[in-house]
Design a binder for this molecule. Sequence first.
Ligand SMILES: [Zn+2]
Length: 176
Amino acid sequence: MTRMAVRDILIHPDPRLKTPATPVAEVTDELRALADDMLETMYAAPGIGLAAPQIGVMKRILVMDCVKDEEAPARPMVLINPSVVWSSDEMSIYEEGCLSIPDQYAEVERPSEVEVVWTGLEGEERRERFDGLWATCVQHEIDHLDGKLFIDYLKPLKRQMITRKMVKLKREKARA
Ligand SMILES: [Zn+2]
């Protein structure tokens, strides 16, 4: 039996958050254990999505669960080597946040619907069309695998302001 563990989440700015992750070659027990840790870490934060680079693991794997209704059953998803194969012309704007950029939120425009292909935990190919919050979340997390953050969509001044706040936050955390 493996014990799940909450991992430390990297805070921006960190070079690992700007680095594209490497494709997963094979789905192993070690990778499944990583996925468990990522889900545990995401739920503990709490958050609705987490990509492996956010815990310093440079592999193309992400987890998400965008079920908002507390009465509804959880829907933990693990996506290995995900890629967007179709996106709608219609766009949506959501206020996004990020576990690596705590307490900072900004509106980002993305396609309203996307179709994503990925590898599942048994090595099988999966395909699904996402809309609403799920579509925003999966695109945000896939961006992480490409070394991109939601603040990269913002105007430079706003991005710099957020980055300065994060530098200050990290300095305070280091002192504590
Ligand atoms: Zn994020």
